[in-house]
Design a protein around this ligand. Structure first.
Ligand code: SAM
Length: 253
């Protein structure tokens, strides 16, 4: 079970994406709950101002600290051990490992920035973590929050109908997953590999593992270099690496 408290200026952005399929079922079964908190509701001035011009000049606006502190302090007490995460392109990169870590937290607070970002004192004195979903800049933290909610929820026990699937997914075991096929066995003359139709479960498992290894080597050699592999698998990788280099050399001639 995981509960997300999301602080945002645009709560209606969350309507829809989280109400379908697996996330919808996770909410219905009590494995996921999401509370949206409009930062504007925590302002105390007549015009409900949440942003102001940056000190020192320059373009854009900066989100004011007072309503963000007030919102967090109304939701969680200092004594509670709840991660308070600021979505930020400057945060630590969101990976499978981070999603797995967060899936063990019963409660998580996500703060969505906008404009030029939030006043630095939020980062310094309120949040416990900063997470980026990639090396690019979004217009706001809402989409990043949804990405985190989605990826974390599928790792919560019972959220997926077929829990073992998570273990074979790309990144979960350090490799990319191999290819999938379904019926028909022949489509436009393209055949499903014979081994998958053989009914030999051992052969299928070995084929899948080799495909995962090969695919990871070809697409993400950085991952295969760090993966936890058997000596035999390392040998296979070294052989394929040699093949790939000789292909590259031949194409370069
Ligand atoms: N001026 C900021 C900078 O250069 O670091 C970027 C601000 S961005 C336009 C506005 C908000 O979007 C950020 O405060 C953050 O909450 C969110 N955001 C943008 N890119 C993100 C990313 N890659 N991961 C997570 N959140 C992001």
């Amino acid at each position: 079970m995981v509960h997300f408290d999301v602080l945002t200026l645009f709560p209606s952005m969350f309507d829809g994406p989280l109400d379908e399929s697996i996330l919808k079922r996770a909410q219905e079964s009590g494995r996921l709950s999401i509370a949206l908190h409009n930062i504007r509701d925590y302002t105390t001035d007549k015009h409900h101002v949440t942003d102001d011009a940056p000190y020192g000049g320059g373009g854009g606006m900066v989100m004011k600290p007072e309503p963000i502190f007030a919102a967090v302090e109304a939701i969680v007490t200092r004594e509670e051990d709840v991660p308070i995460i600021l979505l930020s392109p400057q945060g630590r990169l969101f990976t499978h490992a981070v999603a797995a870590e967060l899936s063990h937290c019963p409660r998580i607070v996500l703060i969505c920035g906008r404009y030029e970002g939030v006043d630095e004192r939020v980062r310094q004195h309120l949040v416990t973590d900063e997470i980026s979903i990639g090396d690019y800049v979004l217009t706001g933290g809402e989409l990043a929050a949804m990405v985190i909610i989605d990826a974390v929820t599928r790792l919560v026990p019972g959220a997926l109908g077929h829990p073992a699937a998570v273990l074979d997914d790309s990144h979960a075991g350090g490799l990319l997953e191999g290819p999938h096929y379904t019926r028909p066995a022949v489509f436009r003359g393209w055949e499903v590999p014979e081994v998958l139709r053989s009914g030999d479960h051992g052969a299928v498992a070995r084929w899948r593992r080799q495909q995962a290894l090969r695919r990871t080597l070809e697409r993400r050699p950085d991952l295969s270099a760090q993966a936890d592999l058997t000596p035999r698998e390392r040998e296979l990788l070294a052989m394929w690496e040699g093949e790939l280099h000789s292909q590259d050399d031949a194409e370069g001639d």
